[in-house]
Design a protein around this ligand. Sequence first.
Ligand code: COA
Length: 198
Amino acid sequence: MCLEILEGSGWVVSGCLSSDASAIPGLPVPVLGLDSELEDRISGGAADVFVAIGDNTVRMEIGRRVLAAGGRLVTAVSPHAVVSASAVLGAGSVVMPGAVINAGSVLGMLVIVNTNATVDHDSLLEDGTHVAPGACLAGGVHAGAGTLIGIGANVLPGTQIGERSIVAAGAVVTGNVDVGVTVGGVPARVIRSGTGPL
Ligand SMILES: CC(C)(COP(=O)(O)OP(=O)(O)OC[C@H]1O[C@@H](n2cnc3c(N)ncnc32)[C@H](O)[C@@H]1OP(=O)(O)O)[C@@H](O)C(=O)NCCC(=O)NCCS
């Protein structure tokens, strides 16, 4: 899907790097090499890099490597998304088809706003956040770095979500969420005091 968005916005994608150098079935671009070759590829001239990794921590790690090697993080916005002219998108972020980013919202670096997700006015999504498909953030929501707002979750106006926290799929978040916890349910409650295995 990221490939379609990139090509739809005028990029020519020469290939990808992967943890496994064999061809990826169905991917219409070649695997050029391993992730470990990232710095060599950038110094060899492939300066524009899109990091297509869903895991927030891994995406941020690779993004930092791109910048440290002198590369540029490509930002991708689907032609089928709606992004307010007053919204700000950080480097390496992606806005998927059907997503809406409303007025005054700010996205940090390497944020994913997934299919049909909405980020209403004056929200702040810090670096490495992922708003999963169909999730809705009301106005003035602040999602800390590395948070995952799960599929179809709803977050009420002005809510603050602590960094690295997870909002479970389908949750309705009615109050602030601490750092590094998982909340779920309607209304959302802490279902685990950490984001690792339950
Ligand atoms: C919350 C979540 C992270 C837990 O995943 P997990 O660690 O694999 O946990 P499990 O599925 O083993 O469930 C563990 C417990 O949490 C509960 N739980 C799981 N998902 C839940 C949800 N969405 N809402 C409420 N409770 C949930 C389970 O019922 C179970 O409770 P129990 O121990 O009382 O039986 C996961 O279910 C989730 O919602 N992830 C979001 C995924 C997503 O949106 N990804 C984006 C893709 S683009």
